[in-house]
Design a protein. Structure first.
Length: 246
Protein backbone atom coordinates (compact mmCIF):
# COMPACT_ATOMS: atom_id res chain seq x y z
CA UNK A 1 0.00 0.00 0.00
CA UNK A 2 1.52 3.31 -1.07
CA UNK A 3 1.66 6.13 1.43
CA UNK A 4 0.20 9.37 0.12
CA UNK A 5 3.51 11.22 0.59
CA UNK A 6 5.25 8.90 -1.87
CA UNK A 7 2.45 8.04 -4.30
CA UNK A 8 2.80 11.11 -6.52
CA UNK A 9 6.58 10.74 -6.76
CA UNK A 10 6.24 7.13 -7.83
CA UNK A 11 3.55 8.03 -10.38
CA UNK A 12 5.91 10.61 -11.89
CA UNK A 13 8.46 7.85 -12.40
CA UNK A 14 5.83 6.05 -14.52
CA UNK A 15 6.55 2.64 -12.99
CA UNK A 16 10.27 2.90 -13.76
CA UNK A 17 12.31 0.29 -11.96
CA UNK A 18 14.99 1.32 -9.50
CA UNK A 19 18.62 0.21 -9.33
CA UNK A 20 17.96 -1.68 -6.10
CA UNK A 21 18.29 -5.37 -6.93
CA UNK A 22 17.52 -6.85 -3.50
CA UNK A 23 17.50 -6.16 0.24
CA UNK A 24 17.94 -8.07 3.47
CA UNK A 25 14.60 -9.05 4.96
CA UNK A 26 15.88 -8.46 8.50
CA UNK A 27 17.50 -5.20 9.64
CA UNK A 28 21.17 -5.19 10.60
CA UNK A 29 22.87 -3.91 13.74
CA UNK A 30 26.42 -4.20 12.31
CA UNK A 31 26.36 -2.61 8.85
CA UNK A 32 25.82 1.01 9.92
CA UNK A 33 27.53 2.22 13.12
CA UNK A 34 25.05 3.20 15.85
CA UNK A 35 22.04 2.43 13.63
CA UNK A 36 19.43 -0.28 13.24
CA UNK A 37 19.61 -0.43 9.47
CA UNK A 38 17.92 -1.87 6.41
CA UNK A 39 20.47 -3.05 3.83
CA UNK A 40 19.73 -2.54 0.13
CA UNK A 41 21.85 -3.90 -2.72
CA UNK A 42 22.50 -2.49 -6.17
CA UNK A 43 23.95 -4.71 -8.90
CA UNK A 44 26.85 -4.18 -11.26
CA UNK A 45 30.50 -3.54 -10.44
CA UNK A 46 33.58 -2.79 -12.53
CA UNK A 47 35.92 -4.57 -10.11
CA UNK A 48 36.65 -8.29 -10.34
CA UNK A 49 37.69 -9.09 -6.76
CA UNK A 50 38.02 -12.84 -6.36
CA UNK A 51 37.14 -12.53 -2.67
CA UNK A 52 33.89 -10.57 -3.13
CA UNK A 53 31.15 -11.74 -0.76
CA UNK A 54 28.47 -10.43 -3.13
CA UNK A 55 29.74 -12.12 -6.28
CA UNK A 56 26.25 -12.41 -7.79
CA UNK A 57 26.15 -8.60 -7.97
CA UNK A 58 29.41 -8.23 -9.90
CA UNK A 59 29.63 -7.54 -13.62
CA UNK A 60 26.62 -6.23 -15.55
CA UNK A 61 23.60 -4.60 -13.94
CA UNK A 62 20.54 -6.73 -13.32
CA UNK A 63 16.85 -5.84 -13.34
CA UNK A 64 15.94 -3.90 -10.22
CA UNK A 65 12.89 -3.64 -8.00
CA UNK A 66 10.04 -1.27 -8.74
CA UNK A 67 9.76 1.96 -6.79
CA UNK A 68 6.44 0.71 -5.43
CA UNK A 69 8.15 -2.39 -4.04
CA UNK A 70 10.79 -0.18 -2.41
CA UNK A 71 8.07 1.97 -0.90
CA UNK A 72 6.41 -1.08 0.64
CA UNK A 73 9.73 -2.33 2.03
CA UNK A 74 10.60 1.05 3.54
CA UNK A 75 7.17 1.41 5.13
CA UNK A 76 7.60 -2.00 6.77
CA UNK A 77 11.12 -1.20 7.99
CA UNK A 78 9.85 2.08 9.43
CA UNK A 79 7.26 0.18 11.49
CA UNK A 80 10.05 -2.12 12.72
CA UNK A 81 11.97 0.82 14.25
CA UNK A 82 14.63 0.92 11.56
CA UNK A 83 16.40 4.29 11.59
CA UNK A 84 19.03 3.85 8.91
CA UNK A 85 19.57 2.53 5.39
CA UNK A 86 22.74 1.11 3.88
CA UNK A 87 23.11 1.29 0.10
CA UNK A 88 25.70 -1.27 -0.93
CA UNK A 89 26.37 -3.58 -3.82
CA UNK A 90 27.74 -4.33 -6.29
CA UNK A 91 28.92 -0.76 -6.66
CA UNK A 92 26.19 1.82 -5.96
CA UNK A 93 27.94 4.61 -7.88
CA UNK A 94 27.52 2.59 -11.08
CA UNK A 95 23.78 3.41 -10.82
CA UNK A 96 22.72 6.72 -12.35
CA UNK A 97 19.66 6.95 -10.11
CA UNK A 98 21.74 6.82 -6.91
CA UNK A 99 20.96 10.44 -5.88
CA UNK A 100 17.27 9.73 -6.41
CA UNK A 101 17.52 6.57 -4.33
CA UNK A 102 19.19 8.43 -1.49
CA UNK A 103 16.53 11.14 -1.50
CA UNK A 104 13.82 8.48 -1.59
CA UNK A 105 15.20 6.75 1.52
CA UNK A 106 15.71 10.09 3.25
CA UNK A 107 12.05 10.94 2.65
CA UNK A 108 11.18 8.21 5.16
CA UNK A 109 13.39 9.85 7.76
CA UNK A 110 16.19 7.27 7.45
CA UNK A 111 19.83 8.19 7.87
CA UNK A 112 21.69 6.89 4.82
CA UNK A 113 25.08 5.16 4.65
CA UNK A 114 26.72 4.64 1.28
CA UNK A 115 29.26 1.89 0.59
CA UNK A 116 31.58 2.51 -2.36
CA UNK A 117 34.79 1.37 -3.98
CA UNK A 118 35.56 4.92 -5.13
CA UNK A 119 35.55 4.21 -8.86
CA UNK A 120 33.08 6.98 -9.80
CA UNK A 121 34.13 10.23 -8.09
CA UNK A 122 31.83 12.32 -10.30
CA UNK A 123 28.64 10.68 -9.05
CA UNK A 124 30.09 10.34 -5.56
CA UNK A 125 30.57 14.10 -5.37
CA UNK A 126 26.90 14.60 -6.26
CA UNK A 127 25.83 12.20 -3.53
CA UNK A 128 28.06 13.36 -0.66
CA UNK A 129 25.80 16.26 0.41
CA UNK A 130 22.86 13.82 0.59
CA UNK A 131 24.30 10.97 2.66
CA UNK A 132 25.08 10.82 6.37
CA UNK A 133 27.95 8.32 6.29
CA UNK A 134 30.29 6.94 3.64
CA UNK A 135 32.38 3.77 3.85
CA UNK A 136 34.96 3.45 1.08
CA UNK A 137 36.98 0.29 0.53
CA UNK A 138 40.72 0.65 0.09
CA UNK A 139 41.19 -2.78 -1.42
CA UNK A 140 44.99 -2.81 -1.14
CA UNK A 141 47.94 -0.58 -1.93
CA UNK A 142 47.52 1.23 -5.24
CA UNK A 143 50.39 -0.75 -6.78
CA UNK A 144 48.35 -3.97 -6.43
CA UNK A 145 44.96 -2.72 -7.68
CA UNK A 146 45.36 -4.03 -11.26
CA UNK A 147 46.18 -7.52 -10.04
CA UNK A 148 43.90 -7.75 -7.00
CA UNK A 149 40.73 -6.03 -8.25
CA UNK A 150 41.26 -5.77 -12.01
CA UNK A 151 41.17 -1.96 -11.98
CA UNK A 152 43.94 0.47 -12.86
CA UNK A 153 42.47 4.00 -12.89
CA UNK A 154 44.01 4.98 -9.56
CA UNK A 155 43.48 8.68 -10.28
CA UNK A 156 39.73 8.17 -9.85
CA UNK A 157 40.25 6.26 -6.60
CA UNK A 158 42.42 9.06 -5.23
CA UNK A 159 39.84 11.65 -6.30
CA UNK A 160 37.17 9.81 -4.33
CA UNK A 161 39.39 9.64 -1.25
CA UNK A 162 40.05 13.38 -1.45
CA UNK A 163 36.34 14.16 -1.90
CA UNK A 164 35.31 12.05 1.07
CA UNK A 165 37.91 13.64 3.34
CA UNK A 166 36.84 17.12 2.29
CA UNK A 167 33.08 16.83 1.96
CA UNK A 168 31.61 13.77 3.71
CA UNK A 169 29.52 14.40 6.81
CA UNK A 170 31.03 11.29 8.40
CA UNK A 171 33.10 8.50 6.91
CA UNK A 172 35.52 5.63 7.17
CA UNK A 173 38.02 3.97 4.89
CA UNK A 174 38.34 0.23 5.33
CA UNK A 175 40.34 -2.78 4.18
CA UNK A 176 39.43 -6.45 4.40
CA UNK A 177 42.66 -8.17 5.38
CA UNK A 178 43.67 -11.29 3.45
CA UNK A 179 47.01 -12.44 4.76
CA UNK A 180 48.27 -13.65 1.36
CA UNK A 181 47.63 -10.20 -0.15
CA UNK A 182 48.00 -7.70 2.66
CA UNK A 183 51.65 -8.05 3.52
CA UNK A 184 53.40 -5.51 5.73
CA UNK A 185 54.70 -3.81 2.58
CA UNK A 186 51.19 -3.55 1.14
CA UNK A 187 49.75 -2.24 4.38
CA UNK A 188 52.49 0.38 4.67
CA UNK A 189 51.29 1.59 1.28
CA UNK A 190 47.69 1.62 2.51
CA UNK A 191 48.77 3.51 5.62
CA UNK A 192 50.21 6.26 3.41
CA UNK A 193 46.99 6.36 1.36
CA UNK A 194 44.73 6.92 4.39
CA UNK A 195 47.18 9.17 6.26
CA UNK A 196 45.33 11.98 8.01
CA UNK A 197 41.85 10.48 7.65
CA UNK A 198 39.15 10.56 10.30
CA UNK A 199 38.57 6.82 10.62
CA UNK A 200 40.11 3.64 9.22
CA UNK A 201 38.85 0.10 9.76
CA UNK A 202 40.67 -3.21 9.47
CA UNK A 203 38.22 -6.03 8.74
CA UNK A 204 38.66 -9.78 9.03
CA UNK A 205 38.38 -11.81 5.85
CA UNK A 206 35.93 -14.70 6.22
CA UNK A 207 36.19 -17.47 3.60
CA UNK A 208 33.00 -18.76 1.98
CA UNK A 209 32.33 -21.53 -0.51
CA UNK A 210 30.59 -19.18 -2.96
CA UNK A 211 33.48 -16.72 -3.45
CA UNK A 212 34.12 -16.09 -7.17
CA UNK A 213 37.75 -17.31 -7.08
CA UNK A 214 38.07 -20.71 -5.44
CA UNK A 215 41.60 -19.83 -4.32
CA UNK A 216 40.10 -17.56 -1.68
CA UNK A 217 37.72 -20.24 -0.46
CA UNK A 218 40.71 -22.10 0.98
CA UNK A 219 42.40 -19.14 2.66
CA UNK A 220 41.86 -19.11 6.45
CA UNK A 221 39.95 -16.39 8.22
CA UNK A 222 42.10 -13.43 9.24
CA UNK A 223 43.42 -13.98 12.73
CA UNK A 224 42.79 -11.57 15.56
CA UNK A 225 46.54 -11.43 16.14
CA UNK A 226 47.15 -10.18 12.58
CA UNK A 227 44.50 -7.48 12.87
CA UNK A 228 45.97 -6.23 16.14
CA UNK A 229 49.46 -6.36 14.67
CA UNK A 230 48.38 -4.17 11.76
CA UNK A 231 46.54 -1.78 14.05
CA UNK A 232 49.76 -1.23 15.96
CA UNK A 233 51.83 -0.98 12.77
CA UNK A 234 49.46 1.60 11.26
CA UNK A 235 49.00 3.64 14.44
CA UNK A 236 48.65 7.33 13.66
CA UNK A 237 47.52 6.93 10.03
CA UNK A 238 44.00 8.01 11.03
CA UNK A 239 42.40 9.72 14.01
CA UNK A 240 40.66 6.44 14.84
CA UNK A 241 41.58 2.88 13.84
CA UNK A 242 38.91 0.24 14.33
CA UNK A 243 38.92 -3.54 14.12
CA UNK A 244 35.99 -5.64 12.87
CA UNK A 245 35.97 -9.38 13.35
CA UNK A 246 39.01 -9.43 15.62
Amino acid sequence: MLTQSHKSAIEIRQSKISSIYAYLEKPSMVDYPKHFAAVFFTSGCGFTCGFCHNASLMGSKQTGLSWEKLNEACAKFKKDWVNGVVITGGEPTSSDDLPELIQFFKSFGFSVKLDTNGSNPTLLEECLPLVDYVAMDIKCGFSAYPEVVGYSDIVRIQQSIDLIRAEATDYEFRTTIIETIHTNKQMDEVSAIVEGSKRYTLQAFIPRDELPDEVYCEIPRTTSARLHELKNRMAGCANEILLRGA
